[in-house]
Write a protein that binds this ligand. Structure first.
Ligand code: IYR
Length: 254
């Protein structure tokens, strides 16, 4: 059978699909062929100002931490709307915008999510994760009990659309959906942090299908992140991790 690369990391089998045109009608182009191109509005900064901003942004981002202890204090929903709108500014393959964000604050739904996640995580920790994996995680003091899933005021589920459908029922191909969702997720984490909130980048193993079904998301959407979002608990602690210095992450050729 003919295989075509639909764009993306060649190591990720999800990015290799049968030529979809062989199976069902594909939208000729999601964007109009005569899409206008308009002048780009650009504000040029003096290099000193750029350096100052780069330094400030580093300081801001370097103060971001993954939190596992949340306060139940409410957060105005408008803040969450703006943060999610910001994530949606991410670049994406052929501007396909392959993301769906599901925001949950309803108590019973959060409890249901927690039940699903804890049921799977108990099996993950007890059987599915290797001895080496659970040993490597020990310093972070994680376990299968996920109190934050009911304590945090919001849970945000990030779904990657592997493809979608146009209004007239034609399949719309989503090139580079993996890198696109990951870029949007990075912007999302930055927006959460800049807004003064905290989160935990959880990626619950084996919970995707149940959580997708719970929110009636279609089969072509895949859960990539489950983020509790809110304020930290008063007595919250974080592991005393250090980040690599620049010299360990940068190799230069000038
Ligand atoms: N998903 C599990 C286990 C876990 C795995 C890694 I890799 C971490 O950095 C942290 C946790 C959990 O959320 O507990």
């Amino acid at each position: 059978v003919r295989q075509q690369n639909s764009g993306g990391d060649s190591e990720d089998s999800e990015d290799f699909a049968l030529n979809p045109e062989d199976v069902e009608p594909v939208a000729s182009s999601a964007l109009p062929v005569d899409l206008p191109h308009v002048p780009y509005e650009f504000t040029r900064l003096p290099p000193e100002e750029s350096l100052k901003r780069a330094e400030e942004f580093y300081q801001l981002m370097n103060s971001r931490r993954t939190l596992r202890f949340f306060s139940d204090e409410p957060v105005p929903v408008e803040i969450l709307h703006k943060i999610i709108h910001t994530a949606g500014t991410s670049p994406s393959g052929a501007h396909t915008e392959p993301w769906t964000f599901v925001l949950v604050s309803e108590k019973d739904l959060k409890q249901k999510i927690r039940d699903i996640v804890e049921e799977e995580e108990r099996i993950n920790y007890e059987r599915r994760m290797s001895k080496q994996w659970t040993t490597d995680l020990k310093p972070l003091r994680t376990c299968w009990v996920k109190e934050y899933l009911t304590v945090a005021p919001y849970l945000l589920l990030v779904f990657k659309q592997q493809y979608s459908y146009t209004d007239d029922g034609k399949k719309k191909l989503h090139y580079y959906h993996d890198v696109s969702i990951n870029l949007a997720s990075g912007i999302l984490l930055s927006a959460i942090h800049y807004a003064g909130l905290v989160t935990l980048t959880s990626t619950p193993l084996n919970c995707g299908p149940a959580l997708r079904a719970m929110f009636n998301r279609p089969s072509y959407e895949k859960l990539t992140l489950l983020l509790p979002i809110g304020y930290p608990a008063k007595d919250a602690t974080v592991p005393d991790l250090k980040r690599k210095p620049l010299s360990d992450i940068l190799i230069e050729f000038h």
